[in-house]
Each structure stands twice: as structure tokens, then as C-alpha cells.
Design a protein around this ligand. Structure first.
Ligand SMILES: Cc1cc2nc3c(=O)[nH]c(=O)nc-3n(C[C@H](O)[C@H](O)[C@H](O)COP(=O)(O)OP(=O)(O)OC[C@H]3O[C@@H](n4cnc5c(N)ncnc54)[C@H](O)[C@@H]3O)c2cc1C
Length: 446
């Protein structure tokens, strides 16, 4: 263990962001405590505190790579627990309006498909192996404590009906909502960060199914992207125990019903019959669960001129994304990667934790830029709420022409897939060799 940054760090929330942060901090603090309001089951099970965990969760390639840097044994453990390996652009069929479907091409990387509870259970089990890390279930944090003005030095939490207090050198808010961080800013007299919202009101419905055998099926997963006029889309992914997760979703409150006939009928309204055909004679393995997600939201913490010492928000507290792009867990893991770099840089300085949050907010902007830009594509729908970027029409024109090029050009298709999996920056698609061809297509189509 390198020089310690402090004696105690606390992480609020044991979601993917909180767990990876705790694992990182266990190398830098004598002790790390994770406080989670839910109970922990001894197997992969949905939790009350993460109601969205019943919806299909895709772990993008960049998320897997980042998590592997914290948990080298993760991939093996996930596969042992039942995660299914699918070649990303071959086994997973992608249907996009005007393309339907993309050519199936092998770019040499794969996606591990599993339920979110399985991923979280395995990550939690690996995190719990750290000897100096204490995972405390059924502890609901109620308030952060300030001392000496703008410095957070502890918190209050409820456990078994009793209020308890605990102190720490650093408190990380990975609670997703971030109310405690915002209330602490209020208490310090610091204005809350501005928020950018992209109002999508997307409603998800997901069920677990057993799919009937079909030798002619050319896929092991489907992504059906909505057309602007309909806003309806869906996913089919294999997961543990030979089951499949089928998620249907609709923009602007046009979600699928929870009854099976209504759910199947919703799939029948899609542009293609791929998901409907798989679903119509599938065997349901439980209820269909709905979840409503109002908006992608980015809090501009980086623009604040002051922030309490000893406090660091992370993950969805800072930025959450329309789940249809599958980015949230990956971005949370990438933020933890940024934090690791910052802590490594600061470890030998005189006061490594001073100003940490400010440096972190600035450093993660490069992580947030690409996924946020993808989330902005939701302005393609007339009903989307928020401030549409000034160059939106131009961007969409470029992206349409780029996709048409990628259908024909496997090299461009590979780059686009890598960008969508957040392992390559979008700038690779602006390379003159590609941009010139895209521009020529744009000119030809006007
Ligand atoms: C419908 C839906 C589908 C999604 N699909 C995908 C996907 O396909 N791919 C992807 O990468 N991401 C997806 N996401 C996003 C993803 O779930 C999150 O972005 C990601 O898990 C990071 O979240 P987090 O760790 O910040 O918070 P969370 O995972 O939400 O965890 C927060 C934790 O904090 C705990 N907590 C909250 N308040 C307190 C308190 N006061 N005291 C103690 N504990 C507390 C909660 O119980 C919870 O365990 C989806 C999200 C939704 C809503």
C-alpha cells in the first residue's frame, strides 16, 4: 500500500459507482466504510434501492475494461456466475431506422450479457474481499456534518431505528440522487450547480423469458433503435440461467404495458418483426416490471467556484443518461478511473485531499463529453424537453451520412462501434479521411 491519504473514507451507496470507488479508496485509506440503505442478499437479487435494476443493463466495452482494472478477476467470476459472452457486432443484431439491420461483422470484441443484479452481486463480492473495507447494509445516511465552515467531517445515518454518527477524512456521495450533497451546499451557502436536462420521459418494461429454440435465428441479442416518429424501441439480451431479458421502451411516456398480451402487442408495433417474433412464443419467467426515467441530467459541478472540502459526489449524482444508450455504469466506472489518477498524482503532495473535488469535476469533463453528446441525440424527437444544441441539425445530418458510410465500410463501422462503446473518442470519426467521405454523402443527399 502506498502512502495513505487518511485514516477513514466513507462511501454512500453500494451501486456500481459506490463499490468501485470503495475498492479504489481501500488502497489509499486505512479503513473504508460503505453505507447502503438496502439489505444485501447472498445471491444476485433485485434491490429496493435500485428499482431500475430489473431493467436490462448493458455493460459497454469501456465499462468492462475499467472495472477489470479494479477487479482483474471480474470477467472470470461473471462467466462462472452465468454471464453470457456475445460478440459485439456479430451476435448482437442492431436495427437502426433506415438500416434495419446493420451488417453483422466481427470486430474482435465481445459484450458480457447478464442482469444488473448479477453484475452488482459479483462486484460486491469482490469488493468485500478487501480486508480494510467494511460493507454496511441497512444503513440510511440522513445528513452530512460540517465543521469549521465548508468542510465535511462526518455524517449521520440510521441503522435499526437508531441514529448514529461517524467521522471520515473523505465522504463520497454515490447515492445516485445526490440530495445530501445539494443540501450540504445549501448549508455552506454555496449555490447549487446549474443543471442541463434532456427530458425524454422514457418508460421501460422488462421481463425475463425463456426463448423457444430457433435454428434459423442469426443473433444472440437484439437492439432495436426507435424511429423519430414512433419513439418505440427494445432490447433482447441473453443472461444467466439460460434466460433472456426482453426490454421494450417508449419515449415521452409511451411505455409498454405490464400485461403479457399488451407487452407482446407493443413489440408488434415496431418497424421490424425481429423482437415480436422472438417474444410471441417465448415463455415468461416472471412479471414484467416498468420503470420511468424522466431525463438525462448533467449537474455542472465544474462551474462552481467553491465546494466543501472532504466531500466528493460521483456517478449518477453528477450525470445520468437516457438508459437506452447503456452508458451509466461505464461512465461511473470511468469516473472512478479518473479519481484513481488524481489520487496517484496527489499522494505525495502536502495536502492531497484539499481541492480534490474541484480537480475531479474538471478532470471528468472529458469522460462526460462523448456520452452526453450521444444523449443529446434525443433532441431528434419533437417532444424532447430542454435546450437543443445550436448545431443539432448539422450533427444529425453528419451522423446519418456517417451511418450510411459505415454500412458499406467495415473500417468505419468498427470505429463507430468503438465510439458507441466509449473505447474510442468521437474525434476518430472526424478524421479527414472519413469526414471527407461523409461530407460528400451529405452533399449528395441534399
Ligand atoms: C432503467 C434504467 C436502465 C439502465 N440501463 C443501463 C445500462 O444498460 N447500462 C448502463 O451502464 N447503465 C444503465 N443504467 C444506469 C445505471 O444504472 C447507473 O448509471 C449506474 O448504476 C451508476 O449509478 P450509481 O452507482 O451512481 O447509483 P446507483 O447504482 O443507483 O446506486 C445508488 C445506491 O445508493 C444507495 N442509496 C441511496 N440513498 C442512500 C442513502 N441515503 N443512504 C445509503 N444508501 C443510499 C441506493 O440504495 C443504491 O444502492 C440504467 C438506468 C436506468 C434507470
Amino acid at each position: 500500500m502506498s502512502k495513505l491519504l487518511g485514516t477513514h473514507a466513507i462511501v454512500i451507496g453500494a451501486g456500481i459507482g459506490g463499490l468501485a470507488t470503495a475498492k479504489l479508496l481501500s488502497s489509499h485509506f486505512a479503513k473504508v466504510t460503505v453505507l447502503e440503505r438496502d439489505a444485501f442478499a447472498d445471491r444476485a437479487e433485485p434491490r429496493v434501492g435500485t428499482p431500475h435494476c430489473r431493467q436490462a443493463h448493458v455493460l459497454l466495452k469501456a465499462g468492462l475494461v475499467e472495472l477489470l482494472s479494479f477487479y482483474p478477476e471480474l470477467e472470470r467470476e461473471l462467466e462462472l456466475a452465468g454471464a453470457v459472452r456475445a460478440r459485439t457486432a456479430v451476435d448482437i443484431l442492431i436495427e437502426t431506422p433506415g438500416i434495419d439491420p446493420w451488417p453483422q461483422r466481427d470486430f474482435g470484441f465481445y459484450t458480457l450479457c447478464m442482469t444488473r443484479p448479477l453484475l452488482e452481486f459479483v462486484v460486491r463480492s469482490l469488493t468485500a474481499k478487501q480486508a480494510n473495507l467494511d460493507l454496511q447494509p441497512q444503513c440510511r445516511v440522513t445528513k452530512l456534518q460540517l465543521s469549521g465552515g465548508q468542510r465535511v467531517t462526518g455524517l449521520t445515518y440510521e441503522q435499526a431505528g437508531a441514529a448514529r454518527e461517524i467521522t471520515a477524512d473523505l465522504i463520497v456521495d454515490a447515492s445516485s440522487r445526490g440530495n445530501m450533497t445539494l443540501e450540504t451546499l445549501d448549508a455552506c451557502g454555496i449555490p447549487r450547480p446549474d443543471e442541463m436536462d434532456i427530458g425524454v420521459d422514457i418508460v421501460y418494461g422488462t421481463g425475463l423469458f425463456r426463448l423457444s429454440e430457433n435454428a434459423s435465428r442469426s443473433w444472440r441479442g437484439v437492439i432495436h433503435r426507435p424511429a423519430p416518429a414512433s419513439g418505440r424501441g427494445g432490447f433482447v439480451f441473453p443472461c444467466e440461467n439460460g434466460s433472456w431479458q426482453v426490454t421494450l421502451n417508449g419515449m415521452h411516456n409511451d411505455g409498454p404495458p405490464e400485461d403479457l398480451p399488451g407487452f407482446i402487442a407493443f413489440a408488434k408495433t415496431f418497424r421490424t418483426a425481429t423482437i415480436y417474433d422472438a417474444l410471441k412464443d417465448a415463455t415468461p419467467l416472471g412479471a414484467i416490471h416498468r420503470f420511468a426515467f424522466p431525463s438525462s441530467r448533467r449537474r455542472r459541478f465544474e462551474a462552481l467556484t467553491a465546494f466543501p472540502q472532504g466531500l466528493l459526489p460521483i456517478g449518477d449524482v453528477i450525470c445520468r443518461f437516457n438508459p437506452a444508450f447503456g452508458q451509466g455504469m461505464t461512465v461511473a466506472a470511468q469516473e472512478v478511473g479518473v479519481l484513481r489518477r488524481l489520487l496517484d498524482e496527489r499522494v505525495s503532495t502536502a495536502a492531497p485531499l484539499e481541492g480534490l473535488a474541484g480537480a475531479f469535476f474538471k478532470a471528468i469533463q472529458s469522460v462526460l463529453a462523448a456520452p452526453w453528446s450521444l444523449a443529446e441525440s434525443d433532441f431528434i424527437y419533437d417532444k424532447t424537453r430542454g435546450a437543443r444544441p445550436a448545431d443539432f441539425a448539422q450533427r444529425m445530418q453528419f451522423s446519418g451520412a456517417l451511418m450510411r458510410l459505415a454500412v458499406e465500410d467495415a473500417g468505419v463501422h468498427r470505429l463507430l462501434t468503438e465510439v458507441n462503446h466509449l473505447i474510442a473518442p468521437p474525434t476518430v470519426l472526424r478524421d479527414p479521411a472519413i469526414a471527407d467521405k461523409v461530407t460528400a454523402r451529405m452533399a449528395a443527399s441534399t
